[in-house]
Design a protein around this ligand. Structure first.
Ligand code: 5AD
Length: 361
């Protein structure tokens, strides 16, 4: 698919024409990654962050968020809950919290690997080569780092570099690949100042980076951030500006499936926040094959406010999972067993190495 094909689809409004996009994405998903929906337990282990991202409620300058950091034992307990719920993966996500240093994170990874067969995905922001290498060495399997937008000028505006550092997320994604991680990235849809051309380029960059996991969600304005008052419509009269709505997000998910058929693609919490629980299911029928239920202790969950009204703040995780299983079987899908490694990663030379880091293969 070329840039102009992608752009045409992104601008398409006719529901009958779009129905063919949804069907193609769903058929491609079935053919390449099957009917299993992999569940990943999301542990938001710290909301401390040293960065000043213009979109994110966890930015260092936001004094209205009570900050927390889970203890290694609390993280292990959350991982145990993921096992009890039948998940094959735990995702350890945090702001860029420098107290989560190399040794602390390595110890958490070791604890989980010693006691469980879970695959471990890290999502801890921009980190040094030495940290990434050490974590991989002790058993981390995957890493998520969204590049947020392929438009370098827009990225620099919304994501100031840390003092004294040059931010190079694309470089880090390549490093992660070289270290043998399964590599995930993604973007937000409808960032103020983002154009449809940018989104088309984002999707082509997913392919160029040969990503194993691709997360796409709508930008949701947080009132305590510089972009908080923004709505993309008022930001630009440009017909080419993107909107942060569910339809555009569904289009990006469907097109991503067509362009990167073997990738694992989650139905994201941001989409569920915008669309309600039905949004999860619709995305799974338009290309997605992964859901990341939240297993963070409820006392902390409300403080991990990257955007307001986040779905799952108050959810009972057991009930959410039971409902999800029922909803999946109603659409002819089932919960995947095992780790749910990315078929895309499996196809790359040296992929066998990733198996040796987990206890279950
Ligand atoms: N709206 C939507 N997504 C957001 N993220 C951060 N802030 C927001 C927001 N206001 C996303 C970013 C980040 C991921 C963890 O959450 O894409 O990479």
């Amino acid at each position: 698919m070329t840039h102009s094909d992608l752009k045409r689809w992104l601008l398409e409004r006719n529901p009958d024409t779009l129905a063919t996009l949804w069907q193609q994405a769903d058929a491609t998903r079935r053919e390449h990654v099957g009917n299993a929906v992999h569940l990943r337990g999301l542990v938001e282990l710290s909301n401390h962050c040293r960065r000043l991202c213009a979109y994110c409620g966890l930015r260092a300058a936001n004094r209205d968020v009570p900050r927390y950091r889970m203890s290694p034992d609390e993280v292990l307990d959350a991982a145990r809950q993921a096992v009890r719920l039948g998940f094959g993966t735990v995702v350890l996500q945090a702001g860029e919290d420098m107290q989560l240093d190399c040794q602390t994170v390595a110890a958490i990874i070791r604890n989980i690997k010693t006691e469980t067969d879970l695959a471990i995905t890290l999502s801890l922001g921009e980190r040094t080569f030495d940290e990434l290498a050490a974590w991989r060495e002790v058993g981390a399997d995957r890493y998520l780092l969204r590049f947020e937008t392929s438009n370098a000028r827009l990225f620099a505006q919304i994501h100031p570099s840390a003092p004294g550092q040059i931010c190079d997320r694309i470089g880090q994604l390549k490093t992660l690949r070289d270290l043998g991680y399964e590599v995930g990235s993604g973007v937000m849809v409808g960032i103020p100042g983002q154009s449809t051309d940018d989104l088309a380029r984002d999707i082509l960059l997913f392919r160029e980076l040969d990503l194993d996991m691709i997360g796409v969600g709508p930008f949701l304005p947080h009132p305590d951030t510089p972009l908080g008052q923004a709505t993309t419509r008022s930001h630009s009269n440009d017909r080419d500006a993107t909107t942060n709505d569910a339809l555009t997000t569904f289009k990006v998910i469907a097109l991503t499936r067509l362009v990167c058929p073997n990738a694992n693609i989650p139905s994201t919490t941001a989409l569920a926040t915008l669309e309600g629980p039905g949004g999860y299911i619709t995305a799974l029928q338009r290309g997605a094959n992964v859901v990341m239920p939240n297993v963070t202790p409820v006392i902390y969950r409300q403080q991990y406010k990257i955007y307001p009204d986040k779905a799952c703040f108050y959810d009972n995780t057991e009930q959410t999972c039971a409902d999800l299983r029922a909803q999946l079987s109603a659409i002819g899908r089932h919960v995947g067993t095992g780790r749910g490694d990315s078929p895309n990663r499996a196809g790359r030379p040296g992929a066998a190495g990733i198996q040796s880091s987990g206890k279950s293969t």
